[in-house]
Structure formats: C-alpha cells, structure tokens
Design a protein around this ligand. Structure first.
Ligand code: ADP
Ligand code: MG
Length: 379
C-alpha cells in the first residue's frame, strides 16, 4: 500500500496510476467529498496535522507522497520518521513560501524575476520598491491560480495593495514582458537519476492555466533544452525525489526565468496521461516506489483544455448543467477526464480534455473545435 496526503484530482490520478500496477492506495484527506478518496482503497478522514492519523498512515504504507504543496512540513517529517516519504519535507517547505522558493532558484543558479519582501507597512512605503514597478504583489504563501496577487502600478498604490492582501508577508515582483509561458516536469529517483517530460507551453487566463500545448509550438529546441537543464539543476540542488514541476517565463530576448515550482505533478502535465507512454503520475509512482525510471516518450501531439466550473453555467443565474460532452467526444483523439467533484463552481477545476493527434496542427485544429463546442475562447 502507498499513501497520499491530499485528496484532490492530482491524488486521484496518482491513485489510478498506482492501481494499474497493483498497488493499493490510502489517501489522508479531511474532506469527505474527495476526488482521490473516492478512487482510493482507503480514505482516512483526518486533518493533515493529526498525529495519530499520520502514524496510522505510516504504519500501513510502504511509502507516502503528497499531492498538495501546502501540507504542513511537520506532517511529512512525522511520516518520514516511520516510512519512506518523497518528495523530502525540506523541498516541499521551500515551495510553500515564495521568498524561500526564489532563494532555492538562486542557489541552483536559476534566474528569477527581480523581487523584494514586503512584510511591513515600512516595506510597502519604501522608495527602493520603485525599481520593481510596475509589478505584482503576491502573498508569500497559500497563493494559487492567480489568487493572492494584485498588480501594482506606482509606489503610491503599494501600501493599499499590501493592505488589500491582508497585510501578510508578501513579495513584490517586477512585472516581466512574457513572450511565452512554459513548464518543465522532471522526475528524480532515490539514486539521483532524472528523466523529464517534453516542455509544455501554457496559456493562462485570469491567472489560471487554460491551455497546454505539447510540443511547445512557439519555443525552439535550444530554449527547451535550456529549460530542461534548469529544472534538472534545481531538482539536484534540492536533493529532490519525486515529480517536480518548474513554471518558467520565456522573455522577449529569449531568456528564461523561473516563476514558481510545484513539488508534485502539475496541471500542465495532465496531457502526459494520453500523449506519453509514461505519464507524470507513472513517474510519481516509480520515484515513490523505487521502481526503475525510464525516459517518457511523447507518442502523440497534444492540446489540453482545462474544464472549469464556469462551463456548467449557461447563464449567471442558471442552475448548473453538464456541458455537451457528446459533441466533444465525437472528435477524434478526445480524452475527457472528469474529477468526480460533486459540485460545480465558477473557477473550480472540474476536469480537463486532452486532444491527441499524430501531428501538432491536427491536435490544435481539433482542440479549437472542442473549445468552440464548449464555449471556450480560441487560443
Ligand atoms: P499562482 O501560484 O497563482 O500560479 P504565479 O506566480 O504562477 O501564481 O502567477 C500566475 C500567473 O501570473 C503566471 O502564470 C503569469 O501569467 C502571471 N505572472 C506571475 N508573475 C509574473 C511576473 N513577474 N511578470 C509577469 N507575469 C507574471
Ligand atoms: Mg503559477
């Protein structure tokens, strides 16, 4: 039996991959309505910091991982005193705080956006912050899908922006001119061996991932190679074991900047289930269980469309209804994944649709048809 902390869709897809190999999986997740818990062999309903529940999980499992970067690092340390845990608690902890994360980037020689900590009213009024404007003020922890961020145009706006984020520990980042957004997913084994998925090109809408295309249509091979090298360097510097995703920006001059990292499989890697011979969840399983790592091969071009809860609402005041899956499923190479969430809400990740094809042009053309059928914008 293998264990997972966290009960969302990432855990659910891990459960599926592990069960294919004959493993049983236990999920620790407080919420009764849990996409991973529903698929798991065992759902332990307890808080992540519940020591008795952690010890119970450790006692049952040969190895435990996490699908959620905000699990308390102390929970991972407790588990690690009793069973195998990956990724390591230190690496997960680094991903929980934007300033620590940027220090890791610097330590691994990986460039990131110019930034400064804004932890007090004094910081928010400091003249030196002008060099980072226009910029983005982000909470140091617990931000996701563009939440916990505000754009700041001038120094005069900074104190109010900081107050609007609750006056918590923040980081001000210079707003960079992005040519493209990409991500790199690597898997590193206990022995230090590293494999990676092909580079993903990502489109965000309102701070939320909307479309992933592989192969990256607008990024040349040399840039992709540099991106992979950066992610590999980072994983080695963290003595990482498991699947690590590094989000990066391609700037106008072609240079690469790391944005943030996730100590787990990533939304931008979901296409790998249908387009690669080993998915990011297979890689997570192999690193966790100490199974051999083999370089994944992309056997089809792929476009992934995220399916947010908005698709369930035809009009603002309408009751939720299922989107027109039949039309979408008539398209060649359509792979529909729904996470079994009981309630559709705007902005909530309900599922994703991957379109695969022999060539990138065909995958894109079909994905555009799917987007039109679902009422999603073109890309
Ligand atoms: P989250 O944790 O919400 O994903 P990110 O830091 O990845 O937070 O920011 C979300 C999106 O905002 C990014 O994918 C990118 O589109 C945009 N963004 C973030 N930081 C910058 C920046 N320094 N310059 C320009 N755009 C940025
Ligand atoms: Mg992000």
């Amino acid at each position: 039996m293998l264990g997972v902390l966290g009960g969302g869709q990432l855990g659910r897809m891990f459960v599926h991959a592990a069960q294919v190999h004959g493993y049983r999986v236990a999920v620790l997740e407080p919420d009764v309505a849990s996409p991973a818990g529903a698929a798991a062999d065992l759902h332990l309903r307890a808080a992540y910091a519940d020591l008795a529940a952690l010890d119970d999980l450790a006692g049952r499992c040969a190895a435990v991982t996490t699908e959620f970067e905000n699990v308390p690092a102390g929970a991972l340390r407790r588990l690690a005193s009793r069973t195998t845990v990956s990724p390591p608690a230190d690496a997960v902890e680094a991903c929980q705080h934007r300033l620590r994360e940027k220090r890791c980037f610097a330590g691994a020689g990986v460039p990131c956006a110019p930034h400064a900590a804004v932890d007090s009213a004094g910081d928010a009024a400091a003249a030196a912050m002008a060099a980072l404007l226009p910029g983005l003020l982000k909470t140091s922890s617990l931000g996701y899908d563009g939440k916990g961020q505000v754009a700041v145009a001038t120094l005069a706006d900074l104190p109010a922006a900081w107050a609007a984020l609750g006056g918590v520990s923040c980081i001000l980042e210079k707003r960079l001119a992005l040519r493209h957004e990409i991500s790199v997913i690597v898997a590193r084994g206990h022995d230090g061996q590293v494999v990676h998925l092909p580079v993903q090109q990502n489109l965000h809408r309102q701070g939320v991932l909307a479309v992933t295309q592989v192969p990256a249509p607008d990024v040349d091979a040399a840039t992709c190679e540099r991106a992979v090298a950066m992610a590999v360097r980072l994983a080695a510097a963290l003595r990482y074991v498991g699947v690590l995703c590094v989000e990066m920006f391609v700037l106008d001059d072609g240079s690469l900047v790391a944005n943030e990292m996730a100590p787990r499989p990533h939304n931008s890697g979901h296409y790998s289930i249908d387009a690669c011979d080993l998915s990011q969840f297979d890689l997570q399983l192999r690193t966790l269980a100490g199974l051999p790592l083999v370089a994944p091969r992309l056997h089809s071009a792929a476009v992934m469309l995220n399916l947010l809860g908005d698709l369930w609402f035809a009009a603002d005041d309408a009751a939720p209804r299922s989107p027109d899956w039949a039309t979408v499923l008539r398209l060649p190479g359509a792979h529909l994944h729904l996470y079994g969430k009981t309630e559709a809400r705007r902005g909530r990740k309900m599922g994703h649709l991957t379109i695969t094809a022999a060539a990138a042009d065909a995958a894109r053309a079909t994905a555009l048809q799917a987007a039109r059928a679902l009422g999603l914008p073109a890309f």
